[in-house]
Every structure is written in structure tokens, then in C-alpha cells.
Design a protein around this ligand. Structure first.
Ligand code: FAS
Length: 393
């Protein structure tokens, strides 16, 4: 079989690329290892930049997100036993959307497969990439039902298969992978409880970071800093809530609303960046090319920024023979990727300084924090990075 483009991975990146191609009448095949039901409920990110929602709207992919999602205009840092509101929308005119990733993925896969007639295979196995540095690359996979191997030749492969997919492994040995290990873990929790505040909370505490992110009226995402490789089973319900209440306590705020824990997993906090993001006819997008620990809610946003550039670049190439988008793709993505990596690092210094055990890191962390409350210029710079509103990269 032949398709102009094969997309590996039906996450936010792969589905957005597929939808952009279909809107231009370009045939493509999306290959996904999980089932449709699984990807539509997998709990992950929840904060979407206003610019990214605009990008989705411009491509007819935002659906009723602006009606269903919550607009956030401020967040809150809790330190020195008090809550400190940071009203970023007042500073920039931009807001954040809170919209759980499963809802976005559900809309994207419905738009791609049911509305735009996009071809997708779920449950595929053993996906392999072939002849990427030729003008006839191919992708092979095993059909889950028949067990048959299929080979699809194509003009381009979009590697959107996330942090553990085959695309990155297909890069040649000279590709550079930069890694950063934070040396800490985050216990990622999903609580069946209404949010304890209408804004995102960051708790900087001597015993460790804690985070609170609304995920809709009945669900709340919490994070608790823990040792890397910690065992989620060593965190029973009582211990989780005792730690969250302590690390997020503020004199002038009510205690957290507790509830059943639906998800409990330890994220080993690390980042990586793959350079370049292109090899021959393989174009990487999203977590397949870069990972940023969920410190500044940037992972899914970066994936969508990449997907807009890749989808538009493929359409220009395939419908008008214009290669400028694809030629500039890797550099354009990496300028934003490194900017977000640096911000994630900077913010991690604030979150984890107080509990680092190093008084110098604790002192500089609080100094950074006090600066964004004391200096309007520092506050505006922080808000710009937090919201992703910087113009050029
Ligand atoms: P994805 O990983 O979403 O999608 C890749 C797809 O490829 C998956 O559907 C996978 O099943 C499929 N795939 C993998 N291997 C394959 C193969 N061999 N063949 C075919 N398909 C294959 N980001 C935030 O911004 N904020 C957060 O709060 C946040 N929290 C997170 C919490 C957790 C527990 C995790 C794991 C991630 C979190 N992230 C968060 C980051 C996450 O949202 C990613 O940045 C985002 O999903 C990236 O989108 P994609 O690049 O499309 O990759």
C-alpha cells in the first residue's frame, strides 16, 4: 500500500498532523498501538496555552473547547505559610485554558476519523520504519486481528509516538540527545474530588513540592515531590492527603478537599531534547522529539506547536511543492523547545529549592519567587513564559 504520509502515534501531535493533512485533502494513515477507548480516557495534561487554542481554532480543531474548558487568569504560590496570588492575565491580557488532555484527544480522533475520513489503525504491533533517507520510505506493522505484516510506502513519516516509541530509535547514531535528570520524582495523583481552589496552586515547602491543578468540577490533579523511583504503594490514601495538606497549607486559605485517588504514579522527572528533529523523510513531533517534565505544563503545548508547523509544512510540500516549511521545521521547533526547557529548569529551581537540603538553593529559590511579586518587569517576564505568549523564538 502507499500513502503520502504515515503518522505513527495518535496523541495530540499525531492527531493534529493527521487532521491538518485531511483538511487539505491529503491521504494519510495513522498507526496507534493502543485502542481508541484507551487513548480517549488516558489521564495526562490539562493546561492549554491560549495561543495553542487559537492554533486549533484556525484549523477547525478547537470544537467546543472554549465553551467546555475553564479559563484561568491567575495561579497561586504558597510559601512562608501564606498564599500569594499571581494574576497573570492582568499583566498580559492572556489567560490559560484548563481542558483535560483526554477530552482534546477524543475530539481530535473523532474529527480525524469520523468527520474528515482519516484512516487510522488501532492496536497495531511491532511498528518499524524503513529507508528513511531515501525518497521511498516505508512503515511496516503487524495487524492485531490477522497477525499479518503490512508494509506502507510513503513520501513522509511523522514520528508522533511519544516518549517510548520507535521513531526516535530510528534516528542515526549522530543525532544528538541532550538529557537532564532532575534527581527527583513526582507522585502524579488524580483525585476524585472537586478542586480545592479555582486556580493552580504551587506549594514550596521544606519537605517537598506539592501542586494542585483543577481538571474539571469533579477531578483534581495533584503532584507530590518524592524520591525518584519511589514506590506508589508506599503512599496510602492517608499519607498522600496528610502530605498534601501540610505542604499546601496557607494561613489564609481553607484546607484541601479530599477524595478517592484514581491515579497514583511516580514520574521520574527528566527532560530530553533530540536534535535535529528530522532525519531524511522522518519528521519527529511532540514527546518523540523532546520531553519536558510536567513542571510548567508545557509538554502537550509543545507537541501541538510542533504539530501545527509539521502539518502546515507537509501540506505546503505535498500540495504546492513548497518545501520551506519542512526545511525550516526542526530549527523553528527547537528554538521554542529550548526556550521552554530553560523555563522548566528555572521554575524547577523555585519548586524544589526549599526542599533541596542546600541552604544556598533554598535562598536563591525564594529570592526568585519574591522577585516576581516585587518587580513588575520580572512578573511580566514570568507571565510571558508561563503563558507561552512570547512572539518570536
Ligand atoms: P503522546 O505520548 O501523547 O502520544 C503518543 C502516542 O503514540 C500514544 O497514543 C502512544 O500510545 C502511541 N505510540 C507509542 N508507541 C507506539 C508504537 N510503537 N506504535 C504506534 N503508536 C505508538 N504535559 C502537560 O503539558 N501538562 C501535564 O500536566 C502533563 N502531565 C502528564 C502526566 C503524565 C503521567 C504523563 C505521562 C505525561 C504528562 N504530560 C503533561 C505530558 C504529555 O501530556 C505529553 O506532553 C503529550 O501527551 C505529548 O503528546 P504527543 O507528543 O502526541 O505524545
Amino acid at each position: 500500500a502507499h500513502r503520502p504520509v504515515v503518522v505513527i502515534g495518535a496523541g495530540p501531535a499525531g492527531l493534529t498532523v493527521g487532521n491538518i493533512l485531511r483538511a487539505a485533502g491529503v491521504d494519510c494513515l495513522v498507526l496507534e498501538t493502543e485502542s481508541r477507548a484507551f487513548i480517549e480516557q488516558r489521564p495526562r495534561a490539562g493546561v492549554i496555552e491560549e495561543r495553542v487554542v487559537r492554533g486549533l481554532e484556525q484549523r477547525g480543531l478547537a470544537g467546543d473547547l472554549p465553551k467546555r474548558a475553564e479559563r484561568h487568569t491567575e495561579c497561586e504560590f504558597r510559601f512562608d505559610g501564606r498564599g500569594h496570588r499571581f494574576a497573570y492575565t492582568e499583566l498580559t491580557g492572556y489567560h490559560h485554558w484548563v481542558h483535560p488532555q483526554p477530552l482534546l484527544v477524543t475530539d481530535l480522533v473523532r474529527e480525524y476519523a469520523d468527520e474528515r475520513g482519516g484512516e487510522i489503525r488501532f492496536g497495531v504491533r511491532d511498528v518499524r520504519l524503513h529507508d528513511l533517507d531515501s525518497d521511498r520510505p516505508a512503515v511496516s506493522y503487524t495487524d492485531p486481528d490477522s497477525g499479518e505484516r503490512h508494509l506502507v510506502t510513503c513520501a513522509f513519516v511523522a514520528g508522533c509516538d511519544g516518549a517510548r516509541g520507535p521513531s526516535r530509535a530510528a534516528l542515526p547514531s549522530w543525532a544528538r540527545i541532550s538529557r537532564h535528570e532532575y534527581g527527583i520524582g513526582w507522585l502524579a495523583l488524580l483525585a476524585e474530588a472537586p478542586p480545592s481552589s479555582d486556580r493552580v496552586l504551587f506549594g514550596m515547602h521544606a519537605d517537598g513540592f506539592a501542586g494542585h491543578m483543577p481538571r474539571g468540577p469533579e477531578l483534581t490533579r495533584y503532584y507530590l515531590q518524592c524520591p525518584p523511583g519511589d514506590d506508589p504503594d508506599s503512599w496510602p490514601h492517608e499519607r498522600v492527603w496528610a502530605e498534601l495538606q501540610r505542604r499546601l497549607r496557607a494561613a489564609d486559605r481553607p484546607p484541601l478537599t479530599e477524595g478517592r485517588l484514581l491515579e497514583k504514579r511516580v514520574l521520574d522527572m527528566h527532560n530530553y531534547v533530540v536534535e535535529p528533529m528530522v532525519f531524511g523523510r522522518l519528521f519527529l513531533a511532540g514527546d518523540a522529539a523532546h520531553l519536558v517534565a510536567p513542571i510548567a505544563a508545557k509538554g502537550m503545548n509543545l507537541a501541538l506547536h510542533d504539530a501545527f508547523l509539521l502539518g502546515d509544512g507537509l501540506v505546503a510540500q505535498l500540495t504546492e511543492g513548497d518545501a520551506t516549511g519542512l526545511d525550516g521545521y526542526s530549527d523553528a521547533c527547537l528554538r521554542r523547545v529550548w526556550d521552554y526547557q530553560e523555563f522548566s529548569q528555572w521554575l524547577s529551581g523555585i519548586y524544589h529549592g526549599p526542599s533541596s537540603g542546600d541552604p544556598y538553593r533554598a535562598g536563591t529559590a525564594l529570592a526568585r519567587l519574591r522577585r516576581i511579586f516585587a518587580s513588575p518587569v520580572a512578573a511580566a517576564a514570568f507571565a510571558e513564559q508561563y503563558l507561552g505568549t512570547a512572539g518570536a523564538f
